[in-house]
Design a protein around this ligand. Structure first.
Ligand code: NOJ
Length: 541
């Protein structure tokens, strides 16, 4: 298979995710916007990232914070205008930063023109853009459930039909079987590519080929056929990065998605490692301790299997996930150390690393009251579980651990009122620790989490072993240490991390004695055989 991706820019890149609503508000309405992002381009350049993935900024009723798009070719006034977007693309480019858009192609908003037309009559040309089933009121086509609670079918009395929605009722699923839908989508994508965007992140793309009668949502029979056509008709016409969000991906599928011949995407987000701290087979809210040895096994599998035959995305955080320092680190006495350790484990691996806004500061989870949360998923789950008899305490424990708003509280820029995020009333409460954790403080402190991330990003550029090297996991069964070696053209790099808060003894001393330490999250090593709480090292062997 021809490796058309070998020299691609996104293999040496680090991508930064911005959740625009919570990044920087420039006009005092309490909601972040595009001009706010433009104000912070110097900050992003200083960090050293190559591209920014923007969560959706297109026109939207904001039922699911923009993941319900009503016009793919306009910007929501909350965030600015199309001119602002063009300016962002241009000015980011001048800072050496590409802009990656979030494409939500599985569904639209129910306020999208296509859906408004589709609802008018069964012979409307747009009717078949969505997924309908005839029926009787109250007798649903089947018992499928929507991700944000309730049935996946919604009755439209005027048509005596149900439409299908995998997410909220305001997010009707598009019918990818209809070629006209696919053509419209391709045109829209080419239009954005013409505007100079650097790529796309594709929302729940493995759910587009659904077969609701067979109760299939993810990995439908025509999935790869659709993706190949999409890629051929659009992405392959430019030098862009594409990353599919694929909850159902295993390594075999990921090799298709990220095949080196460039026939599908550049890479995918897979979630196997991220689901390990839930009770297997249950929902993410059903908490379980992290099985650490299993985490190593899973990441090792992804590293080894995709070597040479695909490409990994590396991430701990995003706008749907809790903050990693609170989740698998210690956001109290070892916040700085554990944030740096987690970054080391991730950035040492092969693939393209993603940093979610605030991760580079070691921002933490929230422990709000239910009335302070805004996320549709969290609020639905709260009601559903209360009704199902769960105690309020148990539900709140799940929300504090896994709720999506943990990641969505405003970016903490400084210790002033509004945390430097807004002069107005923020759309969601700012985390109370912004006086201590904020960008201004971290920029001024060479030992901060920010400066550590910056260093990691630079190392990736400096040493090709990060990009091309093979991966070998060491000490597989060690209950505390995450250790691996990367190797490329005679250069060997050891990554050695104590994943927990107690000291632990490491048997690998012979490997690193007398070698060059590239990075450590403690300033000086006293007894090198003992790894201190959350200690992380990168050593050239
Ligand atoms: C995945 C997105 O990341 C999430 O935020 C959104 O709610 C769903 N897809 C639906 O679009």
């Amino acid at each position: 298979m021809a490796d058309r991706n070998e020299q691609k820019w996104w293999k040496t890149s680090v991508i930064y995710q911005i959740y625009p609503r919570s990044f920087k508000d420039s006009d005092g309405d309490g909601i972040g916007d595009l001009n706010g992002i433009i104000e912070k381009l110097d900050y992003l350049e200083e960090l050293g990232i190559d591209a920014v993935w923007l969560s959706p900024v297109c026109k939207s009723p904001q039922d699911d914070n923009g993941y319900d798009i009503s016009d793919y070719q306009d910007i929501d006034p909350l965030f600015g205008s199309l001119q602002d977007m063009e300016r962002l693309i241009k000015e980011a480019g001048e800072h050496g930063i590409k802009i990656i858009m979030d494409l939500v192609l599985n569904h639209t908003s129910d306020e999208h023109r296509w859906f408004l037309e589709a609802k008018k009559s069964k012979d409307n040309p747009y009717h078949d853009y969505y997924v309908w089933r005839d029926g009787e009121e109250g007798v649903l086509p089947n018992d499928m459930r929507a991700c944000f609670g309730g049935p996946a079918w919604e009755w439209v009395p005027e048509l005596s039909q149900y439409y299908f929605h995998q997410f909220s009722v305001k997010q009707p699923d598009l019918n990818w079987e209809n070629e006209a839908v696919r053509r419209e989508i391709y045109e829209m994508i080419l239009w954005w590519m013409d505007k100079g965007v650097g790529g796309f992140r594709l929302d729940v793309i493995d759910q587009i080929a659904k077969e609701p009668d067979l109760k299939i949502t993810g990995n439908g029979p025509r999935l790869h056929e659709f993706i190949r056509e999409l890629s051929r008709e659009t992405f392959q016409k430019g030098d862009i990065v594409t990353v599919g969000e694929c909850w159902g991906a295993d390594t075999e599928r990921a090799k298709l998605y990220s095949a080196p011949d460039g026939s599908e995407f550049s890479m995918v987000f897979q979630f196997e490692h991220i689901m390990l701290d839930s009770v297997p087979g249950r929902e993410k809210w059903d908490l379980a301790p992290l099985p650490f040895v299993k985490l190593k096994e899973v990441l090792n599998k992804w590293q080894c299997e995709l070597q040479g035959s695909g490409w990994n995305s590396l991430f701990w955080d995003n706008h749907d996930l809790p903050r990693i320092v609170s989740r698998w680190g210690n956001d109290k006495e070892y916040r700085t150390e554990s944030a740096k350790m987690l970054a080391t484990v991730l950035h040492g691996m092969q693939g393209t690393p993603y940093i979610y806004q605030g991760e580079e500061l070691g921002m933490t989870n929230t422990d709000y009251e239910i009335g302070e949360y805004r996320d549709i998923e969290t609020l639905h789950m709260y009601e559903e579980r209360l009704e199902a008899g769960y105690s309020k305490e148990e539900i709140m424990r799940s929300i504090h651990a896994k709720g999506r708003d943990n990641a969505r509280t405003p970016m903490q820029w400084n210790c002033g009122e509004g945390a430097g995020f807004t002069d107005g009333t923020p759309w969601i409460r700012i985390n109370g620790n912004y006086g201590e954790i904020n960008a201004e403080r971290e920029l001024a402190d060479p030992q901060s989490v920010f400066h550590y991330y910056k260093r990691l990003i630079h190392l990736r550029k400096e040493y090709p072993v990060f990009v091309h090297g093979s991966f070998q996991l060491l000490l597989e069964d060690d209950p505390n240490i995450f250790a691996y070696v990367r190797e490329w053209e005679g250069v060997r790099l050891l990554v050695l991390c104590n994943f927990f808060g107690s000291e632990t003894w490491c048997s690998l001393k012979e490997m690193w004695e007398g070698k060059k330490w590239l990075l450590c999250n403690y300033q000086d090593a006293e007894n090198e055989e003992i790894l201190r709480p959350y200690e992380a090292r990168m050593i050239l062997l």
